[in-house]
Ligand binder design. Structure first.
Ligand code: 5AD
Ligand code: SF4
Length: 446
């Protein structure tokens, strides 16, 4: 989501005449787009800000901005503690960035208000050319999971009109993008009139030129039979679902206000696997949330073992001051217990992922080529229909092609193989290196 927001910010700035810088040394403005979901993410940004101080000394006119969820979370406090931060913009204030930069005020500018209708209509993200594109279909979140800061920094849910999403996807397809990932905090709560998420997903999958559609993240509540049917039957929808569980203990789920029981979650997993046997499922888990007993934890550990997720994002609970739990519950699981539980499940999941990935060795899989390996120029990188990242000697295949790859080895995250044949070629696509940092003042400014 942050990558998509960075592309949106780049688009807004490009549209206002700014150009990307290729190194930090060249940049007249440096913007850090941030996450606030766990304390660690914020700590990392604070570290990066410290690293930027020397640049500021070398270039007195350099502007430094902090945008996104952490900007909204910390606001004034951030400017007080880091006086060299020139501007701060929350997730609904990106349209104001060109003006904030141009005003070149010496006093820090802080814009973090919510705008309940902002979906950035008419703003075109600047994406690196290639095969894969993020498409934001929803901003904000209407759930109030007690551990979570997101609704407090990104505001209430709003959905991008379906007509806008479809015209964006058609445009992307015409530019050679053939893999899109639909993004929203709870994508399956998407609705625009009578178009619900299942219908939208089907329509996107049927856009001419689109080969794979992925989406993240759905919430288990409202994961409908209709959606399962679209995933199972639409050939261009990836056979992959990220389905956050968080905990397998019903009392923890209730404290977290997740709005489902473990059995309700399991019913979705069973249905997905029954209707779509080739489906791969991944998840998010939090251990050490308020009041988590050893018994609660063991239930979660067992669910991880039983569900055999392809991969999982595993976290120790991190208290966030704006979230409900920080105000009403005690963060009472000792840090060492959280870390022990986390280390245990990381170990278990790594073994399961390795087993699952290794089971592909000797098999042939269909892969859509998404780019080339950064480390080895002669290798291509793509994904299987069930979203397994695959690396192989590229031969004469190109990004966008569907290829058949025979798998020779596997890690817990990657399949490694060799090209058997090109199944279908795509049109010529230019793949561009991702621009990572910085922008410089463009021609309209000079
Ligand atoms: N502590 C730890 N993990 C969290 N997540 C969200 N909030 C917290 C928190 N306070 C995790 C959840 C969510 C993922 C994006 O981050 O598992 O699904
Ligand atoms: Fe946070 Fe829950 Fe919304 Fe996900 S659904 S963003 S965990 S409040």
């Amino acid at each position: 989501m942050n990558t998509a927001d960075s592309e949106l910010i780049m688009g807004i700035l490009n549209g206002a005449g700014f150009e990307p810088a290729h190194t930090l040394d060249e940049a007249d403005v440096i913007i850090l787009n941030t996450c606030a979901v766990r304390e660690k993410a914020e700590a990392r940004i604070l570290g990066r800000l410290t690293n930027l101080v020397p640049f500021r000394r070398l270039r007195p006119g350099l502007m430094i901005g902090v945008v996104g969820c952490m900007a909204k979370h910390l606001g004034d406090k951030l400017v007080q503690e880091r006086p060299y931060v020139d501007f701060i913009a929350g997730p609904d204030q990106y349209r104001n960035l060109p003006e904030m930069i141009r005003s070149k005020r010496r006093k820090a500018m802080i814009q973090t208000e919510f705008d309940r209708s902002e979906v950035y209509s008419g703003c075109t993200p600047t994406r690196p050319r290639g095969v894969t594109a993020w498409v934001t279909i929803q901003r904000g979140c209407n759930y109030v999971c007690t551990y979570c800061i997101v609704p407090h920094v990104r505001g209430a849910e709003r959905n991008v009109p379906a007509a806008d999403i479809l015209s964006e996807v058609r445009r992307l397809a015409s530019e050679g993008f053939s893999v899109v990932t639909l993004l929203g905090q709870t994508v399956n709560s998407y609705r625009d009139g009578d178009i619900n998420f299942a219908r939208l997903l089907r329509m996107v999958a049927q856009v001419e030129g689109i080969e794979q559609v992925r989406f993240t993240s759905p919430h288990p509540l409202g994961f409908s039979d209709e959606l399962i049917d679209v995933i199972a039957t639409e050939p261009h929808v990836a056979k992959f679902v990220h389905l956050p569980l968080q905990s397998a203990s019903d009392s923890q789920l209730a404290l977290m206000r997740r709005k489902y029981t473990f059995e309700e979650y399991q019913a979705i997993v069973r249905k997905l696997r029954e209707k779509c046997p080739e489906i791969a499922i991944s998840t998010d888990i939090i251990v050490g949330f308020c009041g988590e007993t050893e018994e609660d934890y063991l239930k979660t550990r067992q669910a991880l073992i039983d569900n055999r997720y392809a991969f999982a994002f595993l976290f120790a609970y991190s208290e966030r001051s704006l979230a409900i739990a920080a105000k009403t519950m005690k963060d009472d699981v000792p840090a060492e217990v959280k870390q022990r539980r986390l280390a245990e499940i990381i170990d278990i999941q790594q073994k399961i992922s390795k087993e699952i990935y290794t089971s592909y060795v000797g098999k042939r899989v269909e892969v859509i080529v998404e780019g080339y390996s950064r480390k080895h120029a002669e290798q291509a990188v793509g994904n299987t229909r069930d979203f397994k990242t695959t690396i192989f000697d590229k031969g004469d295949c190109e990004p966008g092609d569907w290829v058949e790859v025979e798998i020779d080895s596997a890690t817990s995250q990657t399949l490694v193989g060799h090209l058997v044949r090109i199944i279908r070629k795509s049109g010529p696509i230019q793949v561009q290196e991702q621009i990572e940092v910085g922008i410089s003042l463009g021609p309209t400014e000079s």
